[in-house]
Ligand binder design. Structure first.
Ligand SMILES: [Zn+2]
Ligand SMILES: [Zn+2]
Length: 350
């Protein structure tokens, strides 16, 4: 197998508050892989966690890791006979499932036990991400989009795919009353996706007035402070008001409240990553026959997400708080980590 080497500058996490630009040659297989020059990336919660704590959930940083799982770019080289073309703009799906296990063969690649998700320290060796000048990926990871679509919109392909998958997990939303607890970037994208999927009423909660304002911009009918009991008390009356609750905060109090606010036979979708264990009023779930389902990453929803963004069906731009150049990655991570100032922060690659 022939291997090529490309000069590459990458944003590498070495430890707590230690992210640096590193010259790190990319070695790839031109007969099998697509070389993509990165145009733009979006900073996500896990990137911030690796920067602040050298871990994200159960994934602990043991070796240096190239950050980033939300990124788009322009194709630089393709294997002969590829359906893709040099110069084409693509959103890159960071999922690299094994495609051989029983779950993958059933189309459930998001829960593949051998998933090599880019920009993640879940496995040792870690899987490098896309915050660099070039990445080498498979053809299947590349989803082309129209020339006229804006990069700052298309770089939402990954987080919007997470939101659309959460909506899928809830089943049919046509005519439903929906609550979204937590109005960070994922919560806000769930609001937009639930609206697009036919929900009649979408209500959002968040402690932060800034996040509540964003929730309204992204399509919520109302945005409520969860500590305001005069607003939330009616949601628990008559067995519960909402058909579906999307829990996007990971906050223990919000998670527990979904059992009260969901009506009998309704559904709770847990999409926010919270602490490993939380208290849940199980008796309430039992007598109301409320279904609780997890939602993790996405499968085909990545392609759907690219189409919805490209066509303008969902406009994510209210969520963009700032953009920085690649060499300002530390400033970008600092800002993204300050929840009082920022929703989504983007990185622009030269
Ligand atoms: Zn993300
Ligand atoms: Zn698999």
């Amino acid at each position: 197998m022939t291997l090529h080497t490309v000069e590459n500058r990458a944003c590498v996490a070495f430890g707590i508050k230690d992210v640096r630009q590193v010259q790190q040659p990319l070695i790839y297989a031109p007969d099998e892989q697509v070389l993509v020059r990165i145009a733009r990336g979006g900073i996500c919660g896990s990137d911030i966690h690796y920067y602040q704590h050298a871990r994200a959930g159960m994934s602990i940083l043991k070796n240096p890791l190239v950050l980033g799982h939300e990124f788009i770019g322009v194709i630089d080289a393709v294997p002969t006979g590829s359906r893709l073309k040099v110069g084409q703009r693509v959103a890159i799906n960071p999922s690299q499932p094994c495609n051989r296990c029983a779950l993958c063969l059933e189309g459930k690649q998001n829960v593949c036990r051998s998933m090599k998700f880019m920009g993640s320290a879940q496995f040792d060796p870690h899987v490098d991400g896309g915050f660099c000048e070039y990445v080498a990926v498979t053809e299947q990871q590349c989803v082309p989009y129209a020339e006229q679509a804006a990069d700052r919109v298309m770089v939402f392909a990954e987080p919007l795919a997470v939101a659309i998958h959460a909506v899928h997990q809830a089943g049919d939303l046509v005519g439903k009353r929906v609550l979204v607890t937590g109005s960070g970037p994922i919560g806000c994208l769930v609001i937009a996706a639930a609206r697009t999927a036919g929900a009649t009423e979408v209500v959002a909660t968040d402690m932060s007035p800034r996040c509540r304002a964003l929730a309204l911009q992204m399509g919520a009918d109302r945005a409520v402070d969860p500590s305001d009991e005069s607003s939330t008390a009616p949601w628990g009356e008559g067995g519960g008001y909402f058909d579906v609750c999307f829990e996007a905060s990971g906050a223990p109090a919000a998670i527990a409240s979904t059992a009260t606010f969901t009506r009998p036979k309704g559904t709770v979708v847990q999409v926010g990553m919270g602490p490993a264990t939380v208290e849940m009023p199980l008796g309430l779930l039992l007598v109301k026959e409320v279904k609780v389902v997890g939602s993790f990453r996405f499968v085909d929803e990545f392609a759907t997400s690219v189409r919805w963004l490209e066509s303008g069906r969902i406009d994510p731009l209210p969520l963009v708080s700032a953009e920085f150049r690649q060499d300002q990655v530390v400033e970008a991570l600092e800002m993204a980590g300050d929840k009082s100032r920022a929703a989504k922060v983007q990185l622009v690659f030269a």
